[in-house]
Design a protein around this ligand. Structure first.
Ligand code: SF4
Length: 636
């Protein structure tokens, strides 16, 4: 099968069974790879009514048909599981070099089930696959573990690993790789930990069968040249994603002080320029990437110093905005702590922001907290990260995530627990950005920006790329209210475009930020796989995956539907107090209207459940019966 390694590697940690099976051609045809494989296999194989951190959950690691090939940004790897953060469908992707190496070892997908009796790691060297003891690594930080495993096994092993937070079942623990790349979201690291799985180390020496190798190589070279010639190519790399920090403040969508407001006065202390001036040693990129967005640097703070990759924009938004850390050095240090503990920086920043607001309002006492905590304080952040990672004291509550923590604290603290479906909100405040609000509300994994990013439409009323927006800048003037109707079409379009890259196993930034033409992907896909698919054909696959991931959450979460798509009350009861969007707020009626329009455009019922007609139309007839059974059941 061209473009694919051709095998699925299955490891049952309870029994020790290791099995290889051929990759299904039908699955490749219908779901492409990466996120598509994750969704299909979770739908087919997840046992009913299981606990995400129980032995019966499964975790998948999948590459795509373009992963590991000579093509800009072909280094992506996809993870999937039943999420310990949301209880529903989850996936998380990561750059670096792991996916390509997994394919060179002969595998498109790794499926891990069961639970090892003692800490272990998985050793994969082409056909040689072993479950090995991990006593020497258990308890160690994620970055430390990667370094040690590479020292012990050899530099040409690619390693994914968890930190102590994953071992302790922190529900937003991440999987780490390449000394600073993470599959950060939805708690995939906690599922590794629940299986006593510390790491996977892979070395691959094989190749990937390609339909027209010479043509693909020629086209790959052409693609690089085309990308080098793109306007903005030179300008994008120096600051990476942090380059957007100025714009999001100048247009008032920067999450500040636990999303109380959307503008941070100190934003120029924590922007991309500050990274260059205060931290950066070098650019750092993924496999085959000519526009490396990673910034590798060194930070020094009153609490210590560290080498760190980042911070990228989301980490700046959550630690510099939500927690209000005042300098880029402090944000980078918090980033370093999260990387070593193995915690998602987005969720951690959101949880800490909520905890500090609870403390300020007297909803969590000093005794419960263990000390005074406050915004704009690195010691607070470092203290709470350590407590969370070790599930000590208040950290045991905060490790559950902001949704559950707010349910337990009560006293109205859910009003400002900023999440959707149990996943903490990433880096954009949306009370005057209804399209982006809808994107967060309907993202299949919870409040995550990477499914659809439509802020350009909300703010500028255009489809401007991030590069265009950064270049144009914001004025800082007060903005008019952004219209609510008509947002669903763009959100849906983006929910198919962006996740398509996760199915192909490549980075989307070349397309999204630099306008790399889709014809490159169509032509390379044909030369690699031998199959002709237009961009529209591929988008239809992505749409199929979207309905399937919704169906998984409907099946897995009792009562799942419209109420799970709601943002926190802060976003429809409290007008933004400061900044360019001061005075703006969405009403509850406007949120309902957003959902009504979206569900109708999607072909879902009023509760947000895909209808039989929609599922059959998109080639998911087998899923329709499950959905109808769910619809018949009374909602709890
Ligand atoms: S743009 Fe960034 S995330 Fe994408 S492949 Fe390049 S380095 Fe990796």
């Amino acid at each position: 099968m061209y473009g694919y390694a051709g095998s699925v590697l299955r490891v049952n940690l309870s029994t020790g069974e290791i099995r290889r099976e051929p990759l299904s051609e039908e699955m490749a045809e219908k779901y492409l790879g990466g996120r598509g494989f994750v969704a299909k296999m979770l739908y087919d194989e997840l046992p009913p009514d299981i606990e995400p951190l129980g032995e019966k959950n499964m975790v998948l690691v999948a590459a795509g048909p373009l992963t590991g090939l000579f093509l800009p940004g072909s280094g992506k790897t996809h993870f999937g599981t039943k999420s310990p953060a949301t209880g529903g469908y989850s996936d998380s992707n990561m750059g670096g070099h792991f996916g390509p190496t997994l394919k060179y070892a002969g595998y498109d997908v790794l499926v891990v089930t069961g639970k090892a009796p003692a800490p272990c790691y998985l050793f994969v060297e082409d056909e040689k696959v072993e479950i090995r003891a991990a006593d020497a690594y258990w308890g160690k930080g994620a970055i430390t573990t990667e370094e040690r495993l590479k020292n012990d096994l050899g530099k040409d092993f690619q390693v994914i690993t968890i930190g102590p937070a994953g071992e302790k079942g922190v529900r937003y623990a991440c999987i780490s790789h390449d000394f600073g790349r993470q599959a950060g979201r939805t708690g995939v690291g906690a599922v590794f930990g629940s299986k006593n799985l510390k790491a996977v180390a892979v070395k691959g020496t094989g190749g990937i069968p390609v339909f027209d190798a010479e043509g693909a190589y020629r086209k790959g070279k052409e693609a690089y040249r085309a990308l080098f010639a793109k306007p903005g190519f030179e300008g994008w790399t120096p600051e990476g994603t942090a380059g957007i920090t100025n714009w999001v403040n100048e247009v008032g969508v920067f999450p500040t002080r636990n999303f109380q407001t959307s503008f941070a006065e100190h934003y120029k202390q924590i922007n991309g320029k500050a990274i260059i001036e205060k931290l950066k040693i070098t650019d750092k990129g993924c496999f085959c990437c000519p526009i490396p967005c990673g910034k590798y640097g060194h930070t020094t703070t009153k609490l210590g110093s560290a080498y760190v990759e980042g911070p990228e924009y989301e980490t700046i938004a959550l630690f510099g905005g939500c927690c209000l850390l005042q300098s880029i050095e402090e944000v980078a240090y918090a980033n370093h702590l999260c990387d070593e503990w193995g915690i998602d920086t987005i969720s951690a920043g959101g949880v800490i922001g909520w905890a500090v607001e609870c403390f300020e309002k007297g909803l969590i006492s000093r005794e419960q907290m263990g000390r005074d905590v406050r915004f704009a304080d690195l010691e607070t952040v470092a203290y709470l990260l350590e407590k969370i990672a070790n599930r000590e004291g208040i950290g045991d509550l905060l490790a559950e995530g902001v949704k559950v923590a707010a349910q337990r604290v009560g006293k109205g603290s859910d009003t400002f627990a900023i999440h959707v479906k149990g996943l903490e909100w990433s880096g954009y405040e949306c009370r005057n950005a209804p399209g982006m609000m809808l994107a967060y509300m309907t993202a299949d994994v919870g409040a995550h920006h990477n499914r659809a990013w439509v802020l350009g439409h909300d703010v500028a009323g255009s489809g401007a790329s991030v590069h265009d927006l950064i270049t144009a800048g914001g004025t800082g003037e007060r903005l008019p209210k952004s219209p609510v109707p008509g947002k669903s079409a763009k959100v849906i379009e983006m929910q198919h475009v962006r996740p398509l890259f996760d199915a192909l196993g490549i980075c989307r930034l070349q397309y999204m930020e630099l306008g790399f033409e889709v014809t490159h992907y169509e032509e390379i896909f044909h030369l690699v796989t031998g199959k002709k698919m237009s961009w529209e054909d591929m988008l239809q696959v992505s749409e199929r995956i979207w309905h399937l991931t919704r169906a998984i959450s409907v099946r897995e979460i009792e009562g799942f539907g419209r109420s799970f798509d709601y943002p926190p009350p802060r976003f429809y009861t409290e007008p933004i107090p400061t900044g360019p969007n001061r005075g703006h707020c969405l009403s509850e009626e406007e949120l309902q209207a957003l959902l009504d329009e979206y569900y109708q455009a999607r072909g879902w019922d009023k509760n947000g459940v895909p209808t039989r007609e929609t599922l059959e139309h998109i080639g998911l007839g087998e899923v329709a019966a499950d959905m109808e059974e769910k619809r018949r059941k009374p909602k709890s």
